[in-house]
Design a protein. Structure first.
Length: 100
């Protein structure tokens, strides 16, 4: 991954394989995540590093991660701490809006 390059980060529950979050990472977020095994993301809206769960208490402990073949996207499998809520809306997953 090139320095400061933004890549897609798909976050999944390690036990259920449920898709929890679609987010972004940069070099700094990736390095912190791999070093601490706690999920860090890059907020493209706020243009800043984001320690997922630091405010809510629902930190995400990294179990495993997979880069795609081009190394421009990553799937991260996590154990959600706290009450298990991943989405800022209070839902377990950000993917709760069914399209019909």
């Amino acid at each position: 991954m090139a320095y400061m390059e933004i890549i897609a980060a798909n976050i999944f529950d390690a036990k259920t394989r449920e898709h929890l979050i679609a987010a972004s990472m940069n070099f700094q977020a990736w390095g912190l995540t791999m070093r601490t095994r706690i999920l860090h993301l890059w907020s493209t809206q706020r243009n800043e590093l984001w320690h997922k769960g630091a405010t809510s208490g629902n930190e995400m402990e990294v179990v495993e991660a997979f880069l795609d073949c081009d190394r421009d996207a990553v799937d991260v499998y996590v154990n959600v701490k706290g009450d298990g809520i991943a989405c800022h809306t209070g839902e377990r997953s950000c993917f709760y809006n069914k399209v019909s």
